[in-house]
Design a protein around this ligand. Structure first.
Ligand code: MLT
Length: 328
């Protein structure tokens, strides 16, 4: 539940970190802890937003789902009761269908391709999601492929997946993708995942390598398979109700800060991902690389793309978005 204690102050005269009287306070929520690249990007946004507005904006970061889980906070942004959030695209898509174009399984093969897509789509997406969900993207974060972890056995072939209880985010694209691989995944909110792994309610989950480190999954998971079906992309979003109250120069400063914070986070995340792989091995996890039959996973997942079109803004939007992403 969104914590009422922290609600209610949308704008206030406070002394910002830049040392000046702030006219606007932005509470920025995210679901990761302080060791995750998301938090490093959040800190960069705080620094730049305060700098570019000469301290007229005060950004306060709330990590670890302190203000509520990712989907709850996105709803609070729509109402204007929380100002900003960084969240996994998959947790925004149920509220803002059009962002689902970032989630078609096996649509992207590299981080760089995703960066181009995210940057090119920022304005066209904002036109749509301000209406769909009352939120606007300031910058788009990225943390590499969502890899599969589990506590039971190495998953080297699609057959090995059968019988495993795998958590996915509450998102139809992830749910149906796993169904195309022959299992019924378990949709669950992010803050419940670690306890569920610990209590063995679920056997595994999928998230980036850096999350396996920052969330200490190595304590409760043994095996990692590097599937390439989705990259963790996550927008830094702001409440449209709040944004429309801001003067144009402050809006421009926040957009600049959001884009630069995203560039920074992407770079940090790339480095941290390489470190995380080494660290996870040291911590006793078994990294088995990509599935030996990954083309089967890819074929099954791509064959169901048309099922998603209605839930991600319609086929026409998917075609337009894919053209924009490929620079056509
Ligand atoms: C999820 O699996 O719900 C997200 O990837 C968590 C996150 O935002 O790091």
């Amino acid at each position: 539940m969104v914590r009422t204690l922290l609600l209610g102050v949308a704008a206030a005269v406070l002394i910002g970190s830049a040392g000046q009287a702030a006219e606007w306070t932005i509470r920025l929520s995210h679901g990761d802890n302080e060791n995750n690249p998301t938090h490093m990007g959040a800190l960069k946004f705080e620094e730049l937003a305060e700098k570019y507005t000469d301290g007229r904006v005060d950004v306060r970061i709330f990590p670890n789902n302190q203000l509520g889980n990712e989907q709850e906070v996105a709803q609070a942004l729509r109402m204007g009761t929380i100002e900003a959030e960084i969240l996994y695209t998959g947790n925004l898509q149920p509220l803002a269908p059009s962002v689902g174009v970032m989630m078609l399984p096996y649509a992207f093969t590299s981080n760089e391709q995703v960066w181009k897509a995210m940057d090119a789509l920022k304005d066209p997406l904002n036109e749509r999601i301000t209406k769909e969900a009352g939120v606007r993207i300031l910058g788009y974060f990225e943390k590499g492929f969502r890899v599969l972890t589990n506590s039971k056995k190495p998953v080297e072939y699609i057959e090995d997946l059968q019988g495993l209880k795998i958590r996915v985010s509450k998102n139809n694209i992830a749910i149906n993708t796993f169904k195309s691989w022959g299992i019924d995944p378990i949709p669950m909110a992010w803050p419940e995942v670690f306890p569920a792994l610990q209590q063995k309610v679920i056997d595994g989950q999928e998230n980036p390598y850096t999350t396996a480190i920052s969330s200490k999954f190595y304590e409760v998971q043994k095996y990692i398979t590097e599937i390439h079906y989705l990259i963790w992309s996550g927008p830094l979003i702001i409440s449209e109700l709040f944004y429309q109250k801001l003067p144009e120069d402050v809006q421009a400063a926040l957009n600049k800060a959001g884009e630069e914070a995203a560039d920074y986070e992407r770079e940090v995340s790339g480095k941290e991902t390489e470190e995380a792989k080494k660290e996870l091995v040291k911590l006793g996890m078994v990294l088995s690389g990509p599935p030996k039959d990954e083309e089967k996973w890819q074929k099954a997942a791509q064959s169901i793309w048309p099922q998603f079109y209605d839930t991600i803004g319609g086929e026409e939007w998917v075609e337009t978005a894919r053209k924009i992403m490929s620079g056509q």
